[in-house]
Write a new protein. Structure first.
Length: 386
RNA sequence: GCCCGGGUGGCCGAGCGGUUAGGCGGCGGGCUGCAGACCCGCUCUACAGGGGUUCAAAUCCCCUCCCGGGCUCCA
């Protein structure tokens, strides 16, 4: 139990750091042993399970739907790599309760003697206890399809008699690293904590969103770099839109691009969470906003706001930019004033074509995180995000 | 060995019978004293290989190669 706490705590830390919201309920299997025993009893009563010497097995022959999720056929199901327990009626049957062999530490009392659950049933029990006998969405990695999820379906549907147990299964693809699967033996794994030392949470999120959840995704420098560039571009555009709002002329309205992007975004997300397409819509909007800014010498406030709000809202729908605020200098007012003086002096230098000095000022400011961009309407300052 | 997924342009990555995905990078142009940011254009015989089916295939069928997952007591 201590071990569980340790990893659970570490897991929560990582999830929080990644900006993943915590679920409302996070039940623990070991706290539901009695519920599992009840369910196993029910399955025996209904004739879907049988007891053999302290073990309880699910009788797959009583559940013709077995294999409907993975598409596995009965003939293939009875083939096996590991020799099955010969006392099973059928090699395809799976354990609901296992007898604890001598010296086995993790065990509980049950009507069938000391033992432990088959570890497929806890999910059904907890789902039914907290969510109901049938649920809309069940997630998990694709490696769980068989046998774990297949077994869940068999247990739950045989027990309740209601189909389907789950309407939509969301199976995520694997994460590889530099083209290879992560493994301890290859030593090429990366922890979330290490990744977060290198990239901020939003960059990692952007990286993951850039591929469909079902696809395998490869963690490598170049892909993370691309994610970072894409993220920065969105943020810079938001900064610019926000900044210009203050001096914009009144009037304007939400341009059609905003409505279109929103519609296409929703369409993409409704299509099995097609986040790459959804992101493309955000980028389209970002480009439209920038395009508007370059063609208008004096943009209109409502148009700017429409772009700003929509880009931010769509990004946040994907969990990006949750704590975004338009970038301000973060310097005290006095320092800002000094900076303004410095910039106006630099402008004067530029007018007098003393470019070596003005460029020197620009370079030195850049070294301390202040980027000066000379635009048609005068210098614009950008502050590097840490 | 068997069963499922996949292999898309220099790179990432959608699409899954006919319509521009998108991004990164590169090239050219605009704006600039320069740089950057941004905008516009180009990068268009891209769809692992070989056979089919079809008026039409990256998309359907068959074979081969490669990668990932699974094949029941890890969940």
């Amino acid at each position: 139990m201590e071990l569980v706490d340790k990893y659970m705590f570490s897991f929560f830390q990582d999830m929080d750091a990644l900006g993943i919201r915590r679920p409302n309920i996070q039940p623990r299997a070991s706290m539901h042993i009695l519920d599992m025993i009840e369910m196993i009893k029910g399955l025996i009563e209904k004739g879907h399970a049988y007891v053999v010497d302290g073990n309880v097995y699910f009788d797959v022959s009583t559940f013709p739907d077995y294999g409907k999720l993975s598409g596995i056929k009965y003939e293939d199901l009875i083939k096996h790599r590991i020799e099955p327990d010969p006392r099973k009626r059928n090699p395809a049957d799976f354990a609901l309760w296992k007898k604890a062999e001598r010296g086995y530490l993790l065990k509980w009392n049950s009507p069938w003697g000391e033992g432990f659950p088959g570890w497929h049933i806890e999910c059904c029990v907890m789902v039914m206890k907290y969510l109901g006998e049938q649920i809309d969405i069940h997630g998990g990695g694709q490696e769980l399809i068989l046998p774990h999820h297949e077994n869940e379906i068999a247990q739950a549907e045989a027990y309740t008699g209601k189909k389907p147990f789950v309407k939509y299964w969301l199976h995520t693809g694997f994460l590889t690293i530099n083209g290879e699967k992560m493994s301890k033996s290859l030593g090429n794994f990366i922890s979330i904590k290490d990744a977060l030392k290198k990239y901020e949470a939003d960059v990692i999120r952007m990286f993951i969103l850039s591929a469909h959840y079902r696809s395998q995704i490869d963690y490598n420098e170049e892909s993370l770099r691309q994610a970072e560039i894409n993220l920065t571009r969105i943020r810079e555009t938001l900064d610019k839109l926000h900044e210009l709002t203050e001096e914009a002329k009144p009037g304007g309205k939400s341009p059609p691009e905003v409505e279109n992007a929103r519609k296409s975004f929703i369409e993409a997300m409704e299509d099995d969470f097609n986040t790459p397409r959804a992101l493309a819509e955000i980028r389209r909007l970002v480009r439209a906003a920038n395009s508007y800014l370059t063609t208008q010498s004096r943009p209109e406030v409502e148009t700017l706001k429409a772009y700003y709000d929509e880009i931010l809202e769509l990004s946040r729908a994907l969990g990006l930019l949750q704590d975004y605020t338009p970038k301000k200098s973060g310097y005290p007012a006095d320092v800002s004033k000094i900076l303004d003086i410095l910039l106006s002096v630099r402008e004067e230098l530029r007018k007098r074509r003393l470019y070596d000095i003005s460029d020197d000022i620009r370079n030195k400011l850049e070294k301390i995180g202040i980027i000066v961009e000379d635009t048609a309407t005068g210098p614009r300052i950008r502050f590097l995000r840490e």
